[in-house]
Write a protein that binds this ligand. Structure first.
Ligand code: IPE
Ligand code: IPE
Ligand code: MG
Length: 228
């Protein structure tokens, strides 16, 4: 498998079950990210995309949003050396401008110091699949209005060049933790032929056995892409 994408869900329920604030669930979820990076390296997975914050997540109480943004900054500061050790390039996918200035600064820094590595960790932040598709359409419409693009030349390949990270291959497998059977606006374009795997395990509890189970399930799938 070349590209694994994960909808990291269930942090809040994990915390609630322990009588802890939701932010503790997010902190525990950060530990899982660290573990999963190691599993992916050992499994030879080149791209790992993590859904960390959706455009819809801005609707959450300010206290929770602030806690998440704060965790992100401290996570980035703490994990820079780990990214170097694993030789992983950090990339961001989403509406970067929506993020607080200190988060953007931390992201820019880690992205630039890891830009030369081949393996990629892609963090989806303030990400929405529909938003991404609309922004691609807007860029094409702009180019057409300026006479730089013939609308008749737009096909799937041309359209895909205007997505956030056009050089990244589509995900092979999308995993969602915590049992919800929905995409929640994740990678709508790229998911067209991804295999899906949902586990009831909450993200902070997701361990090596759960990771192996997801990969084993993927290994048994027959990918037909509409053929026979
Ligand atoms: C996923 O956990 C992390 C984010 C969406 C930021 P949740 O916070 O959605 O946890 P639940 O779904 O409430 O348990
Ligand atoms: C999806 O989880 C977004 C992330 C994991 C970042 P949510 O918890 O926000 O999704 P819904 O609200 O259950 O669909
Ligand atoms: Mg959730």
């Amino acid at each position: 498998m070349e590209h694994l994408a994960i909808i990291m869900d269930g942090n809040g329920r994990w915390a609630k079950a322990r009588g802890l604030p939701r932010s503790e669930g997010h902190r525990a979820g950060g530990e899982t990210v660290r573990r999963v990076l190691g599993f992916c390296r050992d499994a030879g997975i080149r791209y790992l995309t993590l859904y960390a914050f959706s455009v819809e997540n801005w609707k959450r109480p300010k206290e929770e949003v602030d806690a998440l943004m704060g965790l992100l900054v401290s996570y980035l500061a703490g994990e820079e050396s780990m990214l170097h050790r694993h030789q992983v390039r950090l990339r961001i996918m989403g509406q970067r401008d929506d993020l607080p200035a200190e988060v953007q600064a931390a992201l820019n820094h880690v992205e630039s110091v890891t830009a030369h590595y081949e393996r990629q960790l892609i963090l989806c932040l303030s990400y929405g699949g529909r938003r991404e598709i609309v922004s691609a359409a807007k860029k094409l419409a702009q180019a057409a209005a300026e006479g730089k693009l013939d609308p008749d030349s737009i096909d799937e390949d041309v359209f895909a060049t205007q997505l956030y990270l056009p050089d990244v291959p589509d995900p092979d497998l999308i995993v969602r933790t915590s049992g919800e059977m929905r995409l929640s606006n994740f990678l709508l374009w790229q998911a067209s032929y991804a295999e899906l795997y949902v586990t009831p395990v909450l993200w902070p509890d997701f361990d090596k056995a759960d990771f192996d189970a997801a990969l084993a399930s993927f290994g048994k799938r027959e990918r037909r892409y509409g053929g026979v």
